[in-house]
Design a protein around this ligand. Structure first.
Ligand code: MN
Length: 236
């Protein structure tokens, strides 16, 4: 449905978007999905059963923070954690996508952080409430510039690291994912119809830890790119 801008009763909200590396182009973001529990060592550090399949949750698209940005320390938490993740950006979609067709849906890749209010996430988990309070807060999804698959291919291995103030905290490899990217797209497309503009954060390796105001966070995925953000003071 196409609606003329003058017929909206409030100004149209801005379109979330991620820059394409080395260009003046942007990838418009429709929805942001995240995969839980996709690296064995992270599942162990969270005290969960490695035999359980990963699962999905979402963040609002407007939670994206660009490379070089500042994340205000969020409200309500005393334990915000970093989770560095490979980001997959979709140019295609559909329902019940077969893994062997999934790469055809991919525009490109980037580096992201699934920021988590760990204290609130665990409290929600323990009383079987939804995870939004722990996962889907403002500024909770820093994403670096995307690189098209046409330029870098489809990375299935490569070092993934996150450093805080120059000290490496998370250090894994994309080949440690339990479910690979085509399998993630296939599984997610059984749950919802995927569409161009959807992005997916594909889970984090071990080493998640608290981050505080003043921290400078740097993430690198070999062959994909970089992301730097600063944690700022809470908003007044
Ligand atoms: Mn995560």
């Amino acid at each position: 449905m196409s609606i003329d801008a003058k017929n909206y009763v409030i100004p149209q909200p801005p379109q979330a978007a991620i820059p394409v590396a080395g260009t003046d182009k942007f990838f418009p973001v429709r929805r942001l999905w995240c995969v839980g529990r996709n690296y064995v060592e992270h599942i162990k550090e969270m005290g969960n059963d490695v035999r359980e399949p990963p699962f999905f949750f979402a963040k609002p698209a407007d939670a994206i923070v660009p490379d070089g940005g500042t994340v205000p320390y969020p409200s309500l938490t005393k334990d915000m954690h970093h989770e560095v993740e490979l980001v997959v950006a979709l140019k295609g979609g559909g329902r019940n996508i077969k893994p062997e067709k999934a790469n055809d849906c991919i525009y490109g890749y980037g580096v992201g952080i699934d920021l988590t209010r760990r204290d609130l996430q665990i409290a929600s988990r323990d009383i079987k409430r939804p995870w939004e309070v722990g996962k889907a807060f403002d500024h909770s999804a820093p994403c670096g510039p995307l690189k098209p698959a046409a330029a870098i291919g489809h990375p299935s291995k490569g070092r993934i690291t996150l450093s805080v103030n120059g000290k490496v905290r998370q250090d894994g490899d994309l080949n440690q994912m339990i479910w690979n990217v085509p399998e993630i797209i296939s599984k997610l497309s059984e749950m919802v119809e995927l569409a161009p503009g959807d992005i997916i954060m594909t889970g984090t390796p071990s080493g998640v830890a608290a981050t505080v105001a003043g921290d400078k966070i740097e993430c690198v995925i070999e062959g994909v790119g970089k992301l730097s953000v600063t944690i700022g003071p809470p908003l007044k």
